[in-house]
Design a binder for this molecule. Structure first.
Ligand SMILES: *[C@@H]1O[C@H](CO)[C@@H](O)[C@H](O)[C@H]1NC(C)=O
Ligand SMILES: *[C@@H]1O[C@H](CO)[C@@H](O)[C@H](O)[C@H]1NC(C)=O
Ligand SMILES: *[C@@H]1O[C@H](CO)[C@@H](O)[C@H](O)[C@H]1NC(C)=O
Ligand SMILES: *[C@@H]1O[C@H](CO)[C@@H](O)[C@H](O)[C@H]1NC(C)=O
Ligand SMILES: *[C@@H]1O[C@H](CO)[C@@H](O)[C@H](O)[C@H]1NC(C)=O
Ligand SMILES: *[C@@H]1O[C@H](CO)[C@@H](O)[C@H](O)[C@H]1NC(C)=O
Length: 190
């Protein structure tokens, strides 16, 4: 049977444990921001394997190895991409990570008929404080709409576990330039 002093010690300990738990929960809430806005630039070069291309029409109408033009693509064309994300618009801007994923022409009339369904992961590198963390970005990019085009940030990994929100993309160069640059503005929260 517990003595009075043992019971008192146990009760005290329980109170202390609850207090220290609350302290740490409060500390986490104060230290972690509830929202983050990110801006970076995706650098795209069109072309298949054996070129310096980062976007390739891998299957479907208008696809061909090394074809840099998207003018021949139609309903069902499937692109893969692996494009660098940089701090700025110039080729020598600091590399922050990459965007790798797929884009499928899902509308019957092709790209002019509503756009492209993208699904990709933006993975950040050690030049950022989000080293190895990533966000999953996707949605229908309707190039017939006035930009910015809106995409969904479904979730993330690492630092961004449990985060979600949206992203806005706009074209910063001509869409048929050798180096096509898109600006991504990301708005995410937890
Ligand atoms: C992020 O952007 C939103 C929308 O423009 C703004 O309301 C918010 O204050 C920004 N948050 C931060 C942390 O800059
Ligand atoms: C490659 O793109 C061009 C448009 O510049 C198109 O005419 C041609 O058909 C495409 N090649 C193939 C094999 O689809
Ligand atoms: C980066 O490229 C831009 C334009 O191409 C050039 O003006 C600038 O001097 C370059 N910066 C460095 C550090 O090389
Ligand atoms: C980035 O993460 C890797 C392992 O995930 C680690 O080895 C490396 O030191 C980190 N770099 C920076 C600059 O934090
Ligand atoms: C960052 O990553 C690059 C490429 O993986 C590597 O060469 C470099 O040593 C890393 N830097 C740090 C500080 O971890
Ligand atoms: C791709 O590589 C070729 C050959 O090295 C080069 O001439 C061209 O400028 C490169 N294009 C881009 C956009 O980097």
């Amino acid at each position: 049977m517990a003595s009075h002093s043992e019971l008192l010690a146990y009760t005290l300990c329980s109170i202390l444990c609850i207090c220290s738990l609350q302290t740490s929960v409060t500390a986490i809430e104060v230290m972690e921001p509830a929202a983050v806005n990110l801006t970076y630039y995706l650098h795209e070069v069109r072309g298949g394997p054996g070129t310096n291309g980062t976007l390739w029409a891998a299957a479907g109408t208008g696809s061909a190895s090394n074809n840099v033009s998207t003018s021949g693509v139609g309903w069902g064309t499937f692109f893969v991409f692996d494009s660098p994300l940089r701090e700025g618009q110039t080729e020598n801007a600091t590399l922050l990570g990459k965007s790798t994923g797929t884009a499928t022409v899902t509308t019957k009339g092709g790209i002019p008929d509503g756009g492209v369904m993208i699904y990709c992961q933006h993975i950040f590198n050690n030049a950022t404080i989000y080293n190895k963390s990533s966000i999953m970005v996707g949605g229908q990019v309707d190039f017939t709409n006035v930009p910015p085009w809106e995409a969904i940030v479904f979730g993330g990994t690492g630092y961004f576990r449990g985060w979600r929100g949206y992203g806005l993309a706009e074209l910063m160069t001509s869409s048929d330039a050798p180096l096509i640059v898109y600006k991504w503005s990301i708005f995410i929260s937890k």
